[in-house]
Unconditional design. Structure first.
Length: 200
């Protein structure tokens, strides 16, 4: 049981710690202190559900259904391009963080819907979390322990990302910092979209 747990923890940690759209979104929300903890917990819950779905059967379904993978890929391309354009627009505006607040703070519902879109419209979530992590978990002696291990990695990572970034927020009051962050997010979104198009 513990071996399956440890395998899930290590495999998931290795994948989710790589820079990706979900991490970039959580980081940006955390730096803005804009509902960052609910966003982190939403990402944790989605990861746990997707890993469990992959381990207990969805990985096999997606691996044998190219239509679903194609829908996930092109839907992801559209979303990534849209989100990258939004980040570029923010980079061209003047932004700053003052005493933990920014102008135009969005509602919790709007932020959580965006987080849900970043998570579920990203094809890499299905390719990595469902197919890769899920297929490996399906081969474990105790698949349930593997799922718990993977969920633990997600919990540790996103909690640290949300809390750590919020702790740094008082030092990030310069508009140039926000422009750089949004430019980095835009470049990453566009690069992932290009990779998806090339792999089609």
């Amino acid at each position: 049981m513990w071996q399956s747990y440890l395998n899930g923890l290590l495999v998931a940690a290795g994948l989710i710690m790589a820079i990706g759209t979900q991490n970039a979104f959580v980081l940006a929300q955390s730096l803005r202190r804009e509902h960052h903890l609910p966003v982190a917990f939403l990402c944790i819950a989605c990861d746990a559900i997707l890993v469990a779905a992959g381990v207990f059967g969805l990985a096999n379904v997606l691996a044998h259904n190219p239509t679903l993978l194609a829908v996930a890929r092109w839907g992801g391309v559209v979303f990534l391009l849209w989100y990258g354009i939004q980040a570029l627009r923010r980079a061209c505006s003047r932004q700053s963080l003052q005493q933990g607040e920014i102008s135009g703070v969005r509602s919790r519902r709007a932020v959580l819907l965006s987080a849900l879109a970043v998570t579920l419209l990203n094809p890499h979530v299905y390719l990595d979390t469902v197919l890769l992590i899920g297929s490996l978990g399906a081969q474990q002696t105790v698949p349930g322990a593997y799922v718990v291990g993977a969920a633990s990695a997600s919990l540790l990572w996103f909690s640290a990302l949300a809390i750590g970034a919020a702790w740094l927020a008082p030092w990030l009051s310069r508009p140039a910092t926000w422009r750089l962050l949004d430019l980095m997010v835009a470049v990453m979104m566009f690069s992932v979209a290009v990779q998806l198009i090339r792999s089609a």
